[in-house]
Design a protein around this ligand. Structure first.
Ligand SMILES: Cc1cc2nc3c(=O)[nH]c(=O)nc-3n(C[C@H](O)[C@H](O)[C@H](O)COP(=O)(O)OP(=O)(O)OC[C@H]3O[C@@H](n4cnc5c(N)ncnc54)[C@H](O)[C@@H]3O)c2cc1C
Length: 403
């Protein structure tokens, strides 16, 4: 049996979360055994990475390489495109209102994982076995991964970055509550006649959000949440007809639309595990949380998992998989993951709901945000980094009181 060095940490899964976790743990001084097949190059999605996530990639020496493929998000707009009784006015959020140049950048997933893979390959502290883990053995003193072909690897900590159906999570005996929505996200890119002005617009519809996000030039990416059968139908619709439908849905805001080849459909679901770490296994990324793609939260939350895990592992460097280290990690991640999961699922349900109070809460919430600049600022800061919105609100109050 092959044993990893006592200082090594296993990272299972080489999707975006696994690749970033491997880099962060290597830079924190650990040897890393990354186990997982190379990520798909066919992922046509884009990811809006917010400024704190980009700062983290900067610490890993990757920000410039990643930004070269993307476009900035300087403003976000929410348009209530439902035909319901209670509708709110459009609300706009500008990064300049909170003294930022941009909220984040939108990066094509293909380019993002290519840059991450190149950085992983260049780190000598990372050994990458490009196979799936077929079996795990998690015990109190060590965890062992059995790759499909290569020799087993033992470590004191395994990071489960193996996605929503995580086998590492199952091996640690962590239960997971799941929910499938009767929704799917249709994803593709399109060119448009007018410049987007670095603005992302989210149209709220009765079946879910329709979100345009800027790409370089006069191009944007689209995440269109629909009933699954309608998403499949539109994925097969001719380019001209689909371009006209997108332009109509956007109220011709960006002029003439030309959809680009390559459409993908992602069924939507939610998942929340009963714990974020157990038996020498710590969960990050979609192994730790799955929810609908609203407000660009998923990978940004995953990057915060990784940031906290690397910091906890460094503080417990003598045994990063010990009970004390795992408890510290769980305590740190719990509030953020629960708050984001709750907020995204509640917003999604309020869009689908015909229940008047749910519609009222959503439209009143948007109305208040549209009218109040300080609340909007708090909401924007909170969207970037949990706790920072509330912190800035309270420090503002202290300044007022002190005056
Ligand atoms: C339509 C859509 C749009 C989105 N937009 C955004 C956005 O704008 N901003 C944002 O922050 N998030 C966004 N997200 C969420 C984001 O895409 C996910 O959070 C992110 O992809 C999750 O990455 P991951 O590495 O955790 O999981 P995955 O990408 O699922 O990677 C898991 C990896 O584990 C591997 N694996 C599985 N089983 C094993 C095994 N047994 N052994 C080894 N490896 C294994 C798989 O091969 C895979 O490579 C969006 C999601 C969707 C559906």
């Amino acid at each position: 049996m092959d044993h990893a060095d006592a200082n090594d940490i296993i990272v299972a899964g080489a999707g975006p979360a696994g690749l970033i976790a491997a880099l962060a743990l290597a830079d924190a001084g650990f040897g890393v055994e990354l186990i997982g097949p190379a990520p798909s190059t066919e992922d046509r999605r884009t990811t809006a990475l917010m400024m704190p996530s980009l700062a983290f990639l900067d610490d890993l020496g990757l920000k410039d390489a990643v930004l070269a493929h993307g476009a900035p998000l300087r403003a976000m707009r929410i348009v209530d495109a439902t035909r319901r009784l209670l509708r709110s006015r459009p609300v706009s959020f500008h990064a300049s209102e909170i003294g930022e140049d941009a909220f984040g950048w939108n990066i094509p997933n293909g380019a993002l994982v290519r840059e991450l893979e190149a950085a992983v390959v260049a780190r000598t502290a990372i050994n990458w076995t490009r196979e799936a883990v077929s079996r795990w053995q998690a015990a109190d003193d060590a965890v062992e991964a059995f790759p499909a072909e290569a020799a087993p690897i033992t470590a004191r900590l395994a990071v489960a970055a193996d996605g929503r159906n995580s086998k590492a999570r199952e091996a640690a005996g962590i239960r997971v509550a799941t929910h499938s929505y009767r929704q799917a996200a249709l994803v593709f890119n399109f060119a448009h006649g007018r410049p987007h002005g670095d603005i992302s617009t989210e149209f709220h519809t009765e079946t879910g959000p329709f979100t345009q996000v800027p790409l370089p030039g006069q191009r944007s990416s689209l995440v269109w949440v629909l009933r699954p059968e309608r998403a499949e139908q539109l994925a097969e619709t001719g380019d001209e007809e689909l371009s006209a439908l997108v332009e109509e849905q956007m109220q011709s805001m960006l002029g003439k639309v030309s959809v680009e080849p390559g459409r993908q459909v992602y069924p939507l679901s939610a998942a929340l595990p009963s714990s974020f770490a157990r038996k020498r296994v710590a969960l990050v990324g979609e192994a730790a949380h799955v929810f609908p793609p609203i407000g660009a939260q998923g990978l940004n939350l995953g990057i915060r998992d990784i940031r906290d895990l690397a910091a906890t592992a460094q503080r417990h460097a003598e045994d990063p998989g010990s009970g004390a280290a795992l408890r510290a990690y769980s305590l740190r991640r719990g509030p953020d993951i629960l708050a984001r999961t709750g907020a995204v699922n509640a917003l999604n349900r309020s869009l689908l709901s015909n229940f008047l109070p749910a519609q009222l809460a959503r439209s009143a919430g948007l109305g208040i945000l549209s009218a109040s600049a300080p609340l909007r600022a708090m909401f924007m800061r909170e969207g970037l980094e949990p706790g920072s919105g509330l912190r800035s609100a309270f420090s503002g109050r202290r300044e007022e009181v002190g005056r």
